[in-house]
Design a binder for this molecule. Sequence first.
Ligand SMILES: Nc1nc2c(ncn2[C@@H]2O[C@H](COP(=O)(O)OP(=O)(O)OP(=O)(O)O)[C@@H](O)[C@H]2O)c(=O)[nH]1
Ligand SMILES: [Zn+2]
Length: 359
Amino acid sequence: MNINLKNYGLNERFNQEATLYEGLFIARVTEQHRELYKVINEWGEMEASVSGKLAYQADDQTSFPAVGDWVMIDRLEGSNGKAIIHHILRRKSVLARQAAGTENVGQVIAANIDTIFICMSLNADFNVRRIERYLTIAWDSMATPVIILTKSDLCNDLPLKLKEIASVSMGVAVIICSSENEEGFGELNAYIRPEETIAFVGSSGVGKSTLINCLMGQNVLATNGIREEDAKGRHTTTHRQLLLLPKGGIVIDTPGMRELQIHTGNLSKTFEDVEEIAAQCKFGDCSHGVEPGCAIREAIEKGTLSQKRFESYQKLQREVSYDGLNARQLENEKLHRMFGGKAEMKQLKKYMKDKKNNR
Ligand SMILES: Nc1nc2c(ncn2[C@@H]2O[C@H](COP(=O)(O)OP(=O)(O)OP(=O)(O)O)[C@@H](O)[C@H]2O)c(=O)[nH]1
Ligand SMILES: [Zn+2]
């Protein structure tokens, strides 16, 4: 018994909730493979899988444990076999996306995170529309986003790129860094605090693993060379992983996401500027098409709002599901049902079905 779970982010709230499950032990999920998990507790890391009941009662992927989750397992250490995960404790934040190639299936990328490092490289991967997409998901998670611009050593038009970023960042902190010469590492470290969890997200090949290796002070994650001319990564990271930094702080590395479909999102924070303008349209339900007194059209004509940003807003608006619940609330809803009675289960199934039909 030599690991202090506080360093892994354990706090009073989770400890309290854990007392509800007599005979089970608290642990945090550190790795997620297809069906196998790794969890950590005071005794060390061990392999784990979910109980039959948890799997049976799960109605979608988000009901399964994810990296960062605090879970209740059946044993203290793994010397005589895999641990069984019986319960997931209520998530304080959930970073989720739509599972690739699906219509409306959520997939949890990381749970119980405090900060999201949205990583984008300053060379060929640079795309402010993608930042808007990540911000829409990040603001919905209940964690705080920070924009990390990587590979500054490969950028020769920084002022121009920063101007572009400023037009979409809406007050979110922006850090310019390079793992090549450690530019920006001081600033980066200021966002890494003991007992807090940071999820690194971004396209494949932007340098997430390299950055984490630098922060770890050793090569714990495999990185890969990429063809620099098209900046297409080769998906080196194949699973999600939680690591403890030597100076304190917890990081979660996620595989590069080429396709980031939105499951639930928060547009009002991401597009605060657009919504402020729209509030000035003559009609409350203005479609910003042909109505008289449309403030959006006026702003685009005047050049105070970019046409591209507005189109991006509309596109993401179509993708976000309008059920009025954010990812964490959906989560609570689901967990409540999972541990609630049969009647509640039935009700929620109906609710989900109605919601689907109304879409
Ligand atoms: N010049 C330069 N190259 C970098 C920098 N950071 C990372 N790279 C290179 O970029 C390539 C991809 O880096 P990774 O760290 O594997 O990228 P990743 O984001 O973890 O990619 P996935 O694991 O696929 O998600 C590697 O060849 C790195 O050496 C940097 O700051 N400057
Ligand atoms: Zn309008």
